[in-house]
Design a protein around this ligand. Structure first.
Ligand code: HEC
Ligand code: HEC
Length: 448
């Protein structure tokens, strides 16, 4: 409210005359600030302001994994550490892949391709787009999943329950699902540890992706003193493990906010950070299109689950994941076993959509224009999803062509932080090549 008053004062009251384009520009700012405030549960634009990555106390965190600068630093190395790839399915892949094989900074922490490839991939390209199947691998040996990787930017705002089906995490939406833990998905047994989704999932994620930390490896890769400084209270025999590695990686991931996106700079007071078209798009986003009815957190993600009837990945790609795949296509029901959860998927962040043109859990749309068209028409594309499952908020919007193109401009440019590659360390303590270290990637990344 304060900001609104300030703006109103600056608008005309203190001026001798209002030049007409100045007037228009400020009127639209006034309208947008009011709109943003109205869309927040606190009636305050500050709700949508994301902390800078070093403002640790302002970031959402797991009380059992408090953020510290040293922990974040350790995690910032381990997320890229190819040296942890010591449990490959095929010895060809030994120490050649990392978490970041599928979450590539230059691709906005997605794989740069329709489907991510961890172990079993070969090559990198510029942002992961030309990683292909390694010829020494059988399809069944590859680390691929039958669903598109989620963006880990802004994950702190949807960390209570992670994955498209929200299966990890003991709290949040998973309160009341205890009977399902460890039942349909064995790994969700880990929810009993009592961590939030992010911390829980990454313990399992390390072994799923064939990565491992051990006391010997911590020494070999030069991480021992980092673990000692970050986890002095953890008994030595547990200090260099997948659990502490998960805690450090999770801390790092929580700091990956898109606070330099133009919309963020605008909310912080730079009225020129958005173009007029983007401002009008933002107004449509919060009002007529009401995107925040589902994308409701400060980062426009949420630990809420809806069916909007998009295609699954298996219709579109060649790598298969076996029985896991069919379960993933069921959405949240693949975890809870409840009919009412069928085909419902987690609400992903809307920041940094631009640099990897694969949208929805099945990568079924290739442009932001197509996504906006899909929401405007609200006709489910996947015949396997019964109409009664489709969210009531998913209904025709009847936007004008002008509104749609403004909305696209806001999503594409207003919500795009072009500085996220800064989150990648400039070297690893191990000296290893990253995020991949297979022979072709090494060349493409410039490691030799
Ligand atoms: C083979 C590619 C691949 C690799 C390697 C990989 N991921 Fe992922 N990641 C995915 C996919 C696919 C999903 C979505 C899976 C799902 O929801 O079922 C995902 C989801 C996530 C999420 C969930 C985000 C959210 O909003 O719920 C996090 C966090 C994450 N990955 C972190 C990691 C970490 C940490 C590592 C290394 C231990 C890692 N990933 C390695 C493909 C990969
Ligand atoms: C009914 C709740 C709901 C509403 C309303 C809604 N969304 Fe979504 N949105 C979702 C869900 C759930 C997903 C993930 C669906 C999936 O992949 O199965 C999603 C996915 C997306 C994606 C893809 C992101 C990615 O990482 O693939 C974009 C972009 C998007 N929404 C934009 C919008 C815009 C723009 C609006 C307003 C016009 C909007 N959404 C309204 C629930 C909603």
């Amino acid at each position: 409210m304060n900001r609104l008053t300030l703006l109103a004062v600056g608008l005309c009251f203190g001026m001798v005359a209002c030049v007409s384009d100045t007037f228009d520009r400020e009127a639209i700012d006034l309208e947008l600030f009011k709109t943003v405030a109205n869309a927040s549960p606190t009636n305050d634009v500050a709700y949508f302001v994301l902390p800078e990555s070093h403002q640790l106390t302002d970031l959402p965190q797991d009380p059992r994994n408090p953020l510290t600068a040293k922990k974040v630093e350790l995690g910032s190395f381990l997320f890229y550490e190819t040296g942890m790839g010591i449990v490959p399915e095929n010895s060809e892949g030994m120490q050649s892949y990392s978490c970041s094989s599928c979450h590539v900074p230059a691709a906005d922490f997605k794989p740069g391709r329709r489907q991510g490839i961890g172990e079993g991939g070969f090559g990198f390209g510029y942002k992961g787009e030309s990683r292909v199947k390694h010829s020494a691998y059988a399809e069944e040996q590859m680390d691929v999943q039958g669903i598109r990787p989620l963006n880990v930017l802004n994950v702190a705002y949807a960390a209570e329950n992670t994955l498209w089906n929200g299966s990890f995490g003991s709290g949040g939406a998973n309160v009341g699902t205890e009977d399902a833990w460890g039942v349909i998905e064995e790994a969700t047994e880990l929810n009993h540890l009592g961590y939030q989704g992010l911390e829980t999932q990454n313990i399992e994620g390390l072994s799923i992706h064939r990565l491992k930390m051990t006391p010997e490896l911590a020494v070999e890769l030069n991480y021992k003193h980092y673990f000692d400084a970050v986890f002095p209270d953890v008994p030595e025999e547990e200090r260099y493990s997948n659990v502490t590695t998960s805690l450090a990686i999770s801390a790092y991931l929580r700091t990956l906010t898109t606070y330099r996106a133009p919309f963020q700079e605008y909310l912080r007071g730079n009225m020129d950070a958005l173009t007029e078209e983007q401002k009008r798009g933002a107004i449509t986003f919060f009002t007529d299109a009401n995107c925040t009815s589902c994308h409701s957190s400060p980062a426009f993600n949420a630990t809420k689950f809806f069916a909007i009837g998009v295609h699954d990945l298996d219709n579109l790609v060649s790598f298969k994941e076996g029985p896991e795949l069919a379960k993933k296509n069921l959405g949240r029901a693949g975890f809870t076993g409840r009919d009412e959860d069928l085909y419902k998927f987690k609400v992903p962040t809307l920041y940094n959509l631009q640099r990897t043109p694969f949208y929805f859990h099945g990568s079924s749309k290739n442009s932001i224009e197509d996504v906006v068209e899909y929401f405007d028409q609200a006709i489910p594309e996947n015949p396997a999803v019964p109409m009664e499952q489709i969210a009531t908020e998913f209904r025709p919007l009847n936007l004008t062509d002008q509104q749609k193109s403004n909305l696209v401009a806001f999503l594409k440019f207003g919500l795009q932080d072009m500085h996220v590659e800064k989150y990648m360390p400039s070297a690893l303590p191990s000296g290893n090549c990253y995020p991949n270290a297979d022979p072709l990637s090494r060349q493409e990344i410039g490691c030799e």
